[in-house]
Design a protein around this ligand. Structure first.
Ligand SMILES: [Fe+2]
Ligand SMILES: [Fe+2]
Length: 226
């Protein structure tokens, strides 16, 4: 009992560890919300034009679920990347920027999660792994420099947009619901890309861009099925 009390006092006595513990708890909570389904309150409703559920065959609905699982995983990775970069960003401004971006991506995460459950499916079983890997990548990008980190965001968002465009062509004709969601996400990913460039993001070296694309493709291969 008294031992416990001492611990508590020593934490309060020194502001630095206290702040660190606070930050660690907040980070942990953000991470958990990225990987635990239904743990985020969505701030905006599904961006769909009609409440009518499209009629899909079993094969079609399985295919759409595969695509939406990839998109959900992409958003989990976005959370990991932004959280990792926020931890290692040099300037307070970039830290804030990363935090803000991750909040906007939460809506995307929730929209994909909702569509997946409408389709009777679920997010990727490897969600915690995707989050962890992305967090590590983000943290490394943040360590290089703020310009690199912002450039990394710009490139990520550009690749996500490209891939959303591709998914839009692969959805069954009648699935307006998924199409509306992906269209709105695409608009916002392009805004994120532009913001990162405006903030001073540098153009990444070709090998880095190629590696990012390769990693994203491996993620897509796995997340479509699992
Ligand atoms: Fe997103
Ligand atoms: Fe984005």
């Amino acid at each position: 009992m008294s031992h416990h009390h001492d611990d508590h006092n020593s934490i309060l006595a020194s502001p630095t560890p206290h702040g660190l513990i606070d930050r660690a708890i907040v980070s942990f909570d953000k991470g958990l919300r990225a990987i635990v389904p239904k743990s985020n309150p969505s701030t905006r409703p599904l961006p769909v034009n009609s409440d009518k559920m499209p009629e899909l065959s079993i094969t079609e609905s399985r295919h759409v679920a595969g695509l939406m699982r990839i998109n959900h995983t992409g958003e989990v990775c976005a959370q990991g990347l932004y959280h990792g970069q926020a931890v290692t960003a040099k300037s307070e401004r970039v830290k804030q920027e990363m935090h803000h971006a991750s909040l906007e991506e939460i809506d995307h995460l929730v929209w994909c999660e909702t569509r997946l459950s409408e389709l009777g499916s679920h997010p990727s079983v490897f969600t915690p792994v995707w989050y962890g890997l992305s967090f590590g990548l983000g943290a490394v990008a943040g360590l290089v420099s703020d310009e690199f980190s912002l450039g990394f965001v710009a490139e990520t968002e550009a690749q996500v947009s490209e891939h959303l465009q591709d998914h839009l062509t692969r959805l069954p004709e009648q699935d307006c619901r998924s199409r509306d969601i992906l269209t709105q996400m695409d608009i916002e990913e392009c805004e994120h890309r532009d913001m990162a460039i405006d903030q001073g993001g540098s153009v990444l070296p070709e090998p880095v861009r190629v590696t990012m694309r390769w990693l994203a493709n491996r993620m897509k291969d796995v997340a479509y099925h699992l």
